[in-house]
Design a protein around this ligand. Structure first.
Ligand code: AMP
Ligand code: MG
Length: 410
């Protein structure tokens, strides 16, 4: 067994994830964006409310604001939403009022119009209304100067709505993470062009672009680089000056035609992770150059998918200051039998078949597996995670399951 193939030299998933998370720099530059362009960007700091919410005491109902306790109340004014409440109610007086209109001072509560009998310019209440009833009070949701939205998360429609309610037109967000994406391989051709003998379509770049794209990052597509070390080294040197994260596929293993790690070193970069104990995805390499983290993914498409899921996602989350979910497959049972990959954690496209008697999902393996095949992923709802061990996996054995979903998807 050659040293380079020794499983003992492979990092575990956890070790490799710890290294990629520790190595990356977090974005700290802040910019102010109008609310209409803020969705998906990372709120850079806590927002405090510049005003109270509600802004003023207002009616929650169409009805009558009244003062004091009386058998009948005299209607002295009419206040619609947007009007000014320039009356001071005396006991025995009421105002016609509408939802959203300011409640005049002196008012005890608002009676819903459905519970009021109108007698000319007087009203009678048909139901008791507790003090403050149907009034939304100043600051009862958020006091002026109180925390409005905690920072550090991606902005969505809820945050936009609340910020707007507090009168904020712009919000501080982290500048976009700058991500460079490139495929390498002399055999690769962009989809849409003709194939000559020996050529295949580059699917990794479109796949990773689609999977990684989000408003918080700016993804720049560098196309396909040839299998030439000097060209790749030049690319690393240049991209390292501008980007936070460089993602490459192909040429990641240790064959004669695999130049990526050598090119990164030649360009002056450092390598922190060289190969991980997983199948597929073993050649995953992580390094740094200039201000950039570098994820060198294998060329086989399913291997690139798995490595992106396990390592590129946490790199992005870390760089954006987001929580990084642990690698924590759910307990499940195998609905299949198969050999284990010696010394490596294996990932297979899978889906839940049914629940076992003990309540665990029983998962079905899809397709024939293999690092080059993407097609089985289409029917999958997640990945089976099979740890190395003495005996082959038998039907009903405990295995791991990573469902695609919020915490773990591309
Ligand atoms: P490599 O990692 O460069 O040794 O490539 C491993 C396998 O993946 C080879 O069969 C390549 O042709 C294939 N491959 C590499 N890059 C891509 C890509 N971007 N799209 C599709 N297949 C690829
Ligand atoms: Mg190649």
């Amino acid at each position: 067994m050659s040293l380079t193939n020794s499983p003992r030299l492979l990092l575990t998933i956890e070790e490799a994830r710890a290294a990629v998370i520790a190595g990356g720099r977090a974005v700290s530059v802040v910019e102010y964006l109008p609310l209409a362009r803020a969705r998906g960007r990372i709120l850079a700091r806590d927002l405090v409310s510049p005003c109270a919410l509600p802004v003023f005491d207002h009616s929650a109902m169409d009805g009558y604001a009244f003062a004091g306790e009386a058998p009948e109340y005299t209607i002295v004014a009419r206040i619609a939403a947007g009007a000014v409440a320039d009356v001071r109610l005396q006991p025995g007086q009421a105002v016609r009022i509408f939802t959203g209109a300011p409640v005049p001072s002196g008012a005890a509560a608002v009676a819903m119009q459905e519970n009021v009998t109108v007698l000319g310019d007087k009203i009678r209440l048909n139901q008791l209304v507790p003090p403050g009833g149907n009034i939304r009070h100043t600051g009862e949701d958020v006091a002026s100067g109180a925390l409005l939205i905690p920072g550090g998360r991606a902005i969505d429609g809820r945050h936009v709505g609340l910020a707007a309610a507090a009168g904020l037109s712009h919000v501080p967000v982290l500048r976009q993470l700058r991500v460079a994406l490139v495929s390498t391989g002399d055999e690769l051709v962009a989809p849409g062009l003709g194939l000559s003998p020996g050529q295949i379509y580059d699917c990794n770049r479109p796949m990773l672009a689609a999977a990684l794209e989000r408003p918080a990052l700016e993804l720049v597509d560098f196309g396909i680089l040839p299998d030439r070390r000097a060209d790749i080294a030049n690319f690393f040197a240049t991209a390292g000056e501008t980007f936070d994260l460089i993602v490459t596929t192909g040429g990641a293993s240790v064959g004669d035609e695999d130049f990526l790690a050598a090119a990164l070193s030649a360009a002056g970069g450092a390598i922190d992770v060289a190969r991980v104990a997983i199948r597929p995805g073993k050649p995953f390499t992580y390094g740094r150059i200039g201000g950039a983290s570098v994820a060198i993914l294998p060329g086989n498409p399913f291997a690139a998918f798995v490595a992106a899921l396990l390592f590129v996602r946490p790199m992005i989350e870390k760089a954006l200051g987001l929580p990084v979910p642990n690698f924590a497959p759910l307990p499940a049972r195998a609905g299949f039998a198969q050999m284990r990959a010696p010394g490596r954690v294996e990932f297979l496209p899978a889906r839940v078949q049914h629940r076992s008697e003990d309540g665990l999902p029983v998962i079905e393996r899809l397709g024939r597996g293999g690092s080059a095949r993407l097609q089985p992923l289409i029917a999958a709802d997640g990945l089976a995670v099979i740890h190395p061990g003495e005996n082959p996996v038998a039907e009903g054995d405990g295995v791991g399951y990573l469902p695609f979903g919020a915490a773990f998807s591309l």
